[in-house]
Design a protein around this ligand. Structure first.
Ligand SMILES: [Zn+2]
Length: 680
């Protein structure tokens, strides 16, 4: 028995670790690694385990965390009716068991079998909101928050199509719906981001959550959110004395009032009919213009819902059925290698095109060579692919039974596919990396210039990946400093460039000269040197010239610099080309001294002596910009929360740093408060 408990304890601990890792990747790095389905299933398993064996339960288990917390940047709203969540079921047996059990309970409460009906509807993968009307006018729109207290985002909710600002009748009413970003809007926004070289949105739900919680409603409007109202929470649906009897009746009435409502897919009686209905929804789920992550099965008659009542945190009269991610088999045609900015080669699977989760898929990520080895994936294999909440699908496994002996074990090329130089195996990155070390490798040049011009670096507006590629292909740029020798006539020779866009690009290039030493140092794209490190370095050492010939002892006097970063800096600044590059850039008028900040204004000391830790996505500025502001006002930033932290500056999807700040009693502020501190 002890043996068994110990094994279960170990298993519970593993589940907790996996769940925490997955939610950290999802919320803090916007890079989900497992599918929502796997996540929900693990969470469910852990919850069951803890319920069955209370001795395995732990106070800090992720199962005890509330779903979401209202952010202090918005006014808090107490919901008139709790916005609960549903119990999830992951297979047809559990769904049938729910219908069977509820029907039996209702029969024993005196209902006739023929009167017990269930509505089945798709479950939209979005963000739950509540909207309240007073005398027929929209007076409050709120996020779900933890279900009891949400955030007042009325102005933002008013930008969502499908939510009337005024009802045809003077009703007092609260409805609940799911706000979502339609797939086509999501794809459009991502193609713009791709064009600008920005990080892509992971999925429509994350994108909708971000858009709904903007401080500026015009930014929400730009995200073109839609809604499906799926529940009447409280109030009156009619001006006359009348109460709805069924869920279907409330939905019909809500639709009549001008809301965009969920389509009830079917009204069913038996467990078998319920299964059939969820299968039908499942079949069409990828052809819908919005994402769904399941189907909801609810008791239709409102009085019967009251009879069944509630579990501690979920109603007994409904469950959510979760669809597993779609998996398909296809052939792995070849594995290509791409050369990144720092010379690392990444493998990319080229697949025989296959329809998966509503899109045609012909490429998949393979992460790195170790994963290819572990999964024993060979060129020519039939492979199983799935989309796990991200844009590019992944290869789950190879189908070894279908091999015919012609499949090839993949090996990285000996030489760089771009420049032909010999490649090196590098052990200091996670998982091991193959790297091209040729500084003038063309593939690296392209990635380097894209990075140099990007928003957190030199922020050259209009110089995204497509323009960079054109400039290189037309021979206008062969090294970074060539950007500053570009003339309007040059740009006019590029495809799709007219007088106006050429003028704009020249102006943007000119403007970037004053960004300052820290951004320039970061823009060089030196391995391991992120923006914050670049900022700390230039604050301490002044000008970029002072790094030439610097030794590691001197560099390591900075808290942020360890051996790896020091070695990387010494290698970069040790090349004779670097000294020439810096002096050339200086002669072109770029700021290489750190006395002035990126805006060209002299620093003040409003934040002197204060240490900030940044977490989450800020509504109007990048983390680089926020860091720059803090430093330019005499403050400091740190990577992790400690007793020495004065403020945690938090944005959307702030993660564990916020919890840590709460534990240590560190003050948490949001962007508006932060900006006020600077104005004072
Ligand atoms: Zn190369």
């Amino acid at each position: 028995m002890d043996e068994k408990i110990n094994q279960l304890r170990k298993h519970a601990e593993e589940l907790r670790e996996k769940i925490l890792r997955a939610s950290d990747l999802y919320y803090n790095h916007d890079a989900p690694e497992i599918s929502d389905f796997e996540y929900d299933a693990m969470f469910d398993e852990l919850k069951k385990l803890e319920a069955e064996y209370p001795e395995l339960d732990k106070e800090d288990s992720p199962t005890h965390r509330v779903g979401g917390v209202a952010s202090a940047k918005f006014e808090k709203v107490v919901h008139p009716v709790k916005m609960g969540s549903l119990t999830d079921v992951f297979n047809e047996e559990d769904l049938m068991a729910f219908v069977k059990k509820s029907t039996e309970a209702l029969i024993s409460a005196g209902y006739s079998k023929d009167d017990i009906l269930y509505s089945v509807e798709p479950k939209i993968d979005g963000l739950s909101i509540s909207v309240t009307y007073t005398d027929g006018k929209l007076t409050m729109g709120a996020t779900r928050g933890d279900g009891n207290v949400g955030e007042n985002v009325t102005d933002n909710i008013m930008t969502i199509s499908g939510i009337p600002h005024k009802l045809p009748d003077p009703l007092n009413l609260t409805v609940r719906g799911e706000a979502y970003m339609p797939k086509d809007v999501f794809e459009r926004l991502n193609s713009i981001k791709e064009e600008n070289g920005e990080k892509l949105l992971a999925n429509p739900r994350n994108a909708a959550a971000g858009a709904l919680r903007r401080l500026d409603a015009s930014e929400t409007a730009a995200a073109h959110l839609s809604v499906f109202v799926f529940n009447y929470q409280t109030g009156n649906l009619w001006t006359e004395e009348r109460q709805p009897l069924t869920h279907a009746e409330t939905i019909a009435r809500i639709k009549e009032l001008g809301f965009s409502t969920i389509d009830i897919h079917a009204i069913v009686k038996t467990p078998e009919e319920a299964v059939e209905a969820i299968r039908e929804i499942g079949e069409k789920r990828f052809s819908l213009p919005y994402d769904i992550d399941g189907a909801v099965i609810k008791v239709n008659t409102l009085a019967q819902r009251n009879t069944l009542g509630e579990n501690p945190s979920t109603p007994k009269w409904a469950v959510a059925f979760k669809y597993p991610p779609e998996k398909k088999e296809t052939r792995l045609l070849k594995i290509e290698t791409n050369v990144g900015r720092t010379g690392v080669l990444t493998p990319l699977a080229i697949l025989e095109p296959v329809r998966l989760a509503g899109t045609t898929v012909s490429k998949a990520t393979l992460h790195n060579i170790d994963i290819i080895r572990q999964k024993d994936i060979r060129v020519g294999d039939m492979v199983v692919v799935q989309k796990a909440g991200e844009i590019i699908p992944e290869i789950v496994s190879s189908v070894k039974e279908k091999r015919n002996g012609t499949e090839q074990i993949f090996n990285f090329p000996e030489t760089c596919p771009s420049c032909g130089e010999k490649l090196f195996y590098d052990n200091d990155d996670e998982g091991g990396a193959i790297r091209c070390q040729n500084p003038s490798c063309p593939a690296q040049l392209e990635r380097r210039i894209i990075h140099f011009a990007s928003r957190d670096a030199m922020n050259i507006d209009g110089m995204g990946p497509a323009v960079v590629r054109d400039l290189i292909e037309n021979g206008l740029i062969s090294k970074v400093e060539d950007i500053y020798s570009l003339k309007k006539e040059d740009i006019l020779t590029l495809p799709n460039k007219g007088q106006k866009s050429a003028d704009n690009l020249i102006a943007a290039i000119e403007k970037s000269k004053a960004r300052g030493a820290a951004r320039l140092l970061y823009a060089f794209g030196i391995r391991h040197i992120g923006y914050e490190t670049a900022e700390a370095l230039t604050q301490k050492f002044g000008s970029l010239d002072s790094f030439i010939g610097i030794d590691s002892d001197k560099l390591m006097t900075l808290e942020d610099i360890g051996e790896v970063k020091a070695a990387s800096l010494i290698s970069f600044f040790g090349q004779p080309e670097t000294a020439a590059l810096i002096s050339h850039l200086k002669s072109l008028g770029l700021v290489t001294e750190s006395e002035t900040n990126g805006n060209g204004s002299l620093a003040d000391e409003k934040l002197a002596g204060l240490t900030f830790v940044l977490t989450g996505t800020l509504p109007t500025m990048t983390r680089g910009e926020a860091t720059e502001l803090i430093k330019s006002h005499g403050g400091k930033t740190a990577g992790s929360v400690s007793k020495k932290t004065d403020y945690v500056l938090a944005g959307d999807d702030a993660g564990s740093k916020l919890t840590k700040a709460g534990e240590l009693g560190i003050k948490i502020i949001y962007e508006t408060t932060f900006l006020k501190m600077l104005e004072e």
